[in-house]
Design a protein around this ligand. Structure first.
Ligand SMILES: Cc1cc2nc3c(=O)[nH]c(=O)nc-3n(C[C@H](O)[C@H](O)[C@H](O)COP(=O)(O)OP(=O)(O)OC[C@H]3O[C@@H](n4cnc5c(N)ncnc54)[C@H](O)[C@@H]3O)c2cc1C
Length: 453
């Protein structure tokens, strides 16, 4: 798989969130020239909190959204800070900042800004600039390397730029475009309905009867904070087999109720559940997750999003027909995000320089086909194609680019947090039972590598 030739490429990275930043760092390290295009005024992606959401459609149905971040004001990390850092830049505690293990979103934003400054990435980033079109310049032209046209718009001036790149890395995230259920009567329901993408604070729901749909992490968090201001909170879950942690919260809170899925919504404000019960609600908040969306990308149908399966992608990263000049960083879910994005970025950088080569088109397509087949066999629905939940997969992935394996303490800390959250939903961010693994983590080379600064 290793080739000796090495070339520097002109690469466009779309997005200045964690995936885009680490891509820029890896590409730069490998000797490529890099332009990062970021629509916002700062780096951070989801972690650049946006309090003003009035301009956004409440259900986020537009093709190009106005607001990227779906982070709400009170959000604290669901994963502990120790597991989150990139391999060579630990997410360490800093005096005068939020020193908690599960800090607020702002602390992670500051970490990303530090990362950006430490590796001198800012000069590569064009802020306030939105990519509106990415297409192939010379697809299928015999003897020519594929080039990409990127059209972007400077948001303040409206100035349009069109540039040609050797490669494009798409790092635009996938927690912005709402994934909405289809519910009978949804269009006829006249009261307030919104997706958690635009939820920020509980105050607008004071004294209201609120139905929250979806008991994922956001659904639970939002329900628990609404309980303090709303008259009643009705949490509609896919299954009534809820975690012990959530059961404990429900049992001590008289205004939080669990319901099964919704059957229908009615013009008079009634929300009917599939068990025949109903409530009259003032508001509905859809905490139903997010969809992949690349409204700027034109691959002539080579890459498509089908029920949240982005494909065909070899190892969730490369469309075989366009690889390695088109790649995606950050598609997988249920992984330890930052180090995984870093391994993706490293592999892309090495492939573009010619240090590594991909398997043949046939072999990549076969691997994708086999993977889809294994999902079908296991009964995994299409929209969960990119849910990994497997540490070994991350290690195997890293083998493509000689990326270090996940440290044992990272794995153990992840599992300990999941277990703690399952049992102690309200308190897991402030009291824990993984002191031993935590000690091991903090003594490890990962945390001592920058201790001199
Ligand atoms: C409520 C919530 C809680 C979360 N909690 C955790 C957690 O506790 N731990 C964890 O690890 N992860 C968590 N996540 C996941 C989080 O998304 C990832 O941590 C991380 O931000 C993904 O990084 P990314 O760079 O891939 O995408 P993003 O962070 O989404 O960054 C994408 C960037 O691309 C830019 N962009 C998009 N389109 C364009 C365009 N057309 N032109 C130019 N720029 C563009 C955006 O402005 C953004 O800056 C959470 C997400 C949400 C929504």
């Amino acid at each position: 798989m290793v080739s000796v030739k090495s070339h520097s490429k002109h690469v466009c990275v779309i997005g200045g969130g964690p995936s885009g930043l680490v891509s820029a760092r890896e590409l730069k390290k490998e000797g490529h020239s890099v332009v990062v295009i970021e629509q916002n005024h700062d780096v951070g992606g989801q972690w650049l909190y946006e309090p003003c959401v009035e301009s956004e459609d409440a259900l986020g149905k537009e093709k190009f959204l106005k607001v990227h971040s779906s982070i709400y004001a009170s959000l604290r990390l669901t994963s502990s800070r120790e597991i989150m850092g990139f391999t060579d830049f630990p997410f360490s505690v800093k005096k005068g900042r939020d020193m908690r293990r599960f800090p607020s979103h702002r602390e992670l934003h500051l970490y990303l800004k530090d990362f950006c400054d430490w590796f001198g990435l800012r000069e590569m980033i064009r802020f306030h600039t939105r990519v509106e079109y990415v297409g192939m310049l010379n697809y299928g032209v015999f003897g020519e390397d594929l080039k990409w046209v990127v059209r972007s718009v400077e948001k303040n001036t409206g100035k349009v730029m069109e540039e040609v790149f050797d490669a494009v890395v798409v790092a635009t995230g996938h927690y912005s475009h709402p994934r909405l259920p289809t519910i009978k009567g949804m269009d006829a329901w006249k009261r307030k309905q919104m997706h958690s993408h635009v939820y920020r604070v509980p105050e607008p729901f004071r004294n209201e009867v609120v139905v929250v749909i979806g008991n994922s992490l956001s659904g639970q968090d939002i329900s628990m904070e609404l309980v303090d201001v709303a008259k009643e909170v009705h949490l509609s879950a896919k299954s009534l087999d809820i975690s012990n942690g959530l059961s404990k919260v429900v049992s001590k809170t008289s205004t939080l109720h669990i319901h099964p899925q919704i059957d229908s919504l009615h013009e008079d404000g009634r929300v009917s559940f599939v068990d025949g019960s109903w409530v009259t609600a003032d508001s509905i908040i859809y905490c139903t997750g997010y969809s992949y969306s690349f409204p700027f990308l034109d691959t002539k149908g080579i890459v498509v999003v089908d029920d949240d399966r982005v494909g065909p992608l070899f190892e969730h990263t490369f469309p075989p027909s366009l690889a390695p000049s088109l790649s995606f960083v950050g598609i997988p879910r249920k992984i330890i995000g930052f180090p995984f994005f870093e391994s993706q970025a490293r592999w892309i950088a090495q492939l573009l320089s010619g240090k590594k080569t991909l398997p043949s088109w046939d072999d990549m397509m076969k691997s994708i086909k086999d993977f889809y087949h294994s999902l079908d066999e296991a009964g995994v629905p299409k929209h969960k194609t990119h849910e990994i939940a497997n540490f070994e997969y991350c290690d195997r992935y890293g083998d493509y680019c000689d990326f270090p394996y996940l440290e044992q303490w990272r794995r153990e800390l992840v599992l300990a947090t999941l277990k703690n959250a399952e049992e102690n939903l309200e308190t897991y961010r402030d009291s824990w039972y993984d002191e031993e693994q935590l000690h091991e983590a903090l003594q490890s080379p990962h945390f001592s590598q920058l201790s001199h600064i």
